[in-house]
Design a binder for this molecule. Sequence first.
Ligand SMILES: [Ca+2]
Ligand SMILES: [Ca+2]
Ligand SMILES: [Ca+2]
Length: 587
Amino acid sequence: MSKQISKQTSKQTYKVCFCFRRRFRLAATEAPPEIKSLYGQFSDNNGIMTADHLQRFLVHVQKQENATVEDAQAIMHNTAHLFHRKGFNLETFFKYLFSDSNPAIDLHRSVHHDMNAPLSHYFIFTGHNSYLTGNQLSSDCSDVPIVEALKKGVRVIELDIWPNSAKDDVNVLHGRTLTAPVKLIKCLTSIKNHAFEASEYPVVITLEDHLTTELQAKVAKMVTETFGDMLFAPKAESLEEFPSPESLKRRIIISTKPPKEYLKAKEAKVIGSQRENDSSQAWGGEIPLYKSKSNADLKTDLEEEEEEEEEEDDDLQDDKCAPEYRSLIAIHAGKGKGGLDDWLRVDPDKVRRLSLSEQELEKAAKTHGPQIVKFTQKNILRVYPKGIRFDSSNYNPLIGWMHGAQMVAFNMQGYGRSLWVMQGMFKANGGCGYVKKPDILMNNDSIFDPRATLSPKTTLKVKVFMGEGWYYDFPHTHFDAYSPPDFYTRVGIAGVPADTVMKRTKAIEDNWIPAWNEEFLFPLTVPELAILRIEVHEYDMSEKDDFGGQTCLPISELRKGIRAVPLYSQAGEKYKSVKLLMHFDFV
Ligand SMILES: [Ca+2]
Ligand SMILES: [Ca+2]
Ligand SMILES: [Ca+2]
């Protein structure tokens, strides 16, 4: 019976498809004219590209100066399924260029930054409210997003800890909201089990603590029993300098401010105008340039801010804290008394962690830019999203990075452009979650001024040849119901304000394999901090563009030459077939 039905259904489907077949037909993928011309230059009279030719191509076009004939032979050997007698023909050469074996950045490259400098010398992949499954107000708390973040290489996990209703155990939840709690012990156990799957480098747990002294003692016992020898707990009360990621491999580090007293849980207050995650906003809004904000805007932002992160307004010193809890804290957090000048004071005898909201940092950056950079050479700065980001959205991470902030805390379960830039940054250094800060931020003699106007150090030349793969990864009516898609590419830079720009190709109408062949120039004043942003849009005249894929690539690891660029979904999952063919060069 069911067989019959399915037979009928498939017949009907066939009929329907037949009408559209011509319109949705996939043309054969053809090499762009420039690739054909290059093939002409690097092949013999019989139209064969030998290993010798390929080696010369690698050196002159791909700028792999040290490529040998053996390297070229290895490429041909590894792509043997494309191989044609004594070498590549045009078709197999083009297939090789557009394949996963020729990526724009090498995701299999292992850790290659110096890992022996103090922790403050690194950008660290950092989560905010890591336990939330969705929005900041009513989503469930769970260890699942923590595990997912760890598996993506996130190295800083934030837990807000509160007493349970019986006041005899500790829960993780977003205080004063309707988020449903998860037990602390469950989160700790999951962290222990998954901390080092993606990276061996240390995991920092930042605790926002609202506990009594008795419950702190309970947490201390829980943490010690769960992590045992994995726990890094220095004997000294405070550190003079942070240890290196290398020396802390496979260690867990606790960071919090030595707490003052039991902060009474105020009554659960549901903050008004709850904005649910708007899934129709596929792109998550353009990343705001922080320089574009006026003081008036900033003031409004600050007024809107709920007092949700009150972790910083206490004294550093307090004797009421459970001593066994205090001794677990390896990275002390706290602002101390006074204003910005006091917060940013560099103590020669001890290092600490300072937390600022994105608005506090924006405000501080206007008057104290170089001081912040100097502070972050030795101390750790954490930046967190403003409290009104109920929808778990994020902010421009460059504001933190250009001031040397190591922990730019992001809602990892969110979507959108800012998060893609964050994911792009941490594709660098083997995806280990630690990226060495560029020398300009660590220079002691001349402190980097983030507001200074610099002249370009280099210009990135990007050519967008073509794209393919949507036909295989999407239903054929996904983009337009009655015609093939109309793709265009946006390409640009997330970097210091002077380098930040987005440009676009024209839309190619009704084509599953768009060929744009357009070139763009990006002058870069601080290439060390620049991330290349790529988005494919499907143009619609009367509606919002459909999402066609995205990726962000750290320019410090971009490979010159003609490369395949795989694209990712909104959630950051790699598509099976969708990719672009591009050419990168520095001129
Ligand atoms: Ca469409
Ligand atoms: Ca169309
Ligand atoms: Ca369209």
